[in-house]
Ligand binder design. Structure first.
Ligand SMILES: *[C@@H]1O[C@H](CO)[C@@H](O)[C@H](O)[C@H]1NC(C)=O
Length: 320
């Protein structure tokens, strides 16, 4: 240990937790943000539940694509729930504290969801690739077992892998003001609180990101290169339009999720403000989970049809 790394003893006493500064700079406007986020949160839960119910209750939607969509909707609910309830409370109270254990738990759950989402989106891209490029073998390749295994692997990998950075970061000493300039315990802002050498953790972070975030992204990219080149070779315009419509929802979801995630984590921080960082992070953790069910229901004829049927059924049931 050299001298420049040691800090005054009083700063290294065990802290009761962190302060999540978050949106404090909004002052009175925090109540407006509270109302807006509460609305978005409730809509997200309802929208995703609706998607799950529609698919579960509709035998015509029991295909691999919708199996993954159910899993994705469930994931979105967990994803946004790992951040929003805590944030809502913090928007109302003066003391925006979070205990160390709470912070670690939030970081763990949030990173699991992020990683699983990347893997699930890749599995969904693969599903579209097989459906469009190998339609004759689709049912044999994407059997129920394969789908369950792909989804299960996405969850299992993330749950296992994320133990490492979480336990590692929280075994290091924290010091300084204990103020996190973010609205939840994400890895980069918490890492800034560590007063020890973090270069090894960063290397592990790069490896995890490369394996389970960039790899799925490349897989998605590759799938779409193959999908698009196959679609372009289709003889009829009608066939091209039909084939593309089955993957346009997925493509929209992927673009939004990866777009905001890449801006949040990969764009150099030097020329961005904390406020704009938080806004983009808000898009990724709060707006994306709301958009996904909307995109899939509004752009998708089958889901819309299932919804219409359900509505008609319930109207008839009531009018008897
Ligand atoms: C998601 O997939 C996993 C693995 O196949 C399964 O165990 C889980 O029940 C699924 N979740 C939902 C909500 O369908």
């Amino acid at each position: 240990m050299n001298n420049s790394e040691s800090h005054p003893g009083e700063n290294q006493t065990i802290s009761p937790g962190f302060i999540l500064v978050g949106f404090s700079y909004l002052n009175e406007l925090q109540i407006l943000l509270f109302l807006l986020l509460l609305l978005i949160y409730l809509l997200t839960l309802m929208g995703n539940l609706l998607v799950i119910l529609l698919i579960k209750l509709n035998p015509s939607l029991h295909t691999p694509m919708y199996f993954f969509l159910v899993n994705l909707s469930f994931l979105e609910m967990c994803f946004t729930s790992s951040v929003v309830p805590q944030l809502l409370v913090h928007l109302l109270v003066e003391e925006k504290t979070i205990s160390l254990v709470g912070c670690a738990a939030q970081m763990y759950v949030y990173s699991i969801m992020g990683l699983t989402e990347c893997c699930l989106l890749a599995a969904m891209a693969y599903d579209r690739y097989v459906a469009i490029c190998h339609p004759l073998h689709y049912t044999t390749i994407m059997s129920g077992r394969v789908c369950a295994e792909l989804a299960g692997a996405s969850w299992l990998i993330s749950i296992t892998v994320e133990i490492v950075p979480t336990v590692w970061i929280f075994s290091l000493p924290f010091c300084g003001s204990y103020c996190i300039h973010h609205f939840f315990c994400d890895i980069p802002p918490v890492l800034k609180m560590v007063c020890a050498d973090t270069s090894n953790i960063r290397i592990v972070g790069f490896i995890v990101t490369g394996l389970f975030v960039i790899n799925p992204f490349l897989l998605i990219l590759l799938s779409y290169v193959r999908i698009i080149s196959t679609i372009l070779k289709l003889p009829s315009a009608e066939g091209r339009r039909k084939a593309f419509s089955t993957c346009s929802s997925h493509l929209t979801v992927v673009t939004f999720f990866y777009g905001t995630a890449l801006i949040t984590y990969l764009v150099p921080k030097s020329d961005s403000t904390k406020e704009s960082d938080q806004m983009i992070s808000l898009m990724n953790t709060i707006v994306a989970p709301l958009l996904n069910p909307l995109i899939y229901t509004l752009r998708n004829k089958e889901v819309k049809g299932a919804m219409r049927k359900a509505v008609v059924k319930s109207i008839f049931a009531h009018s008897r």
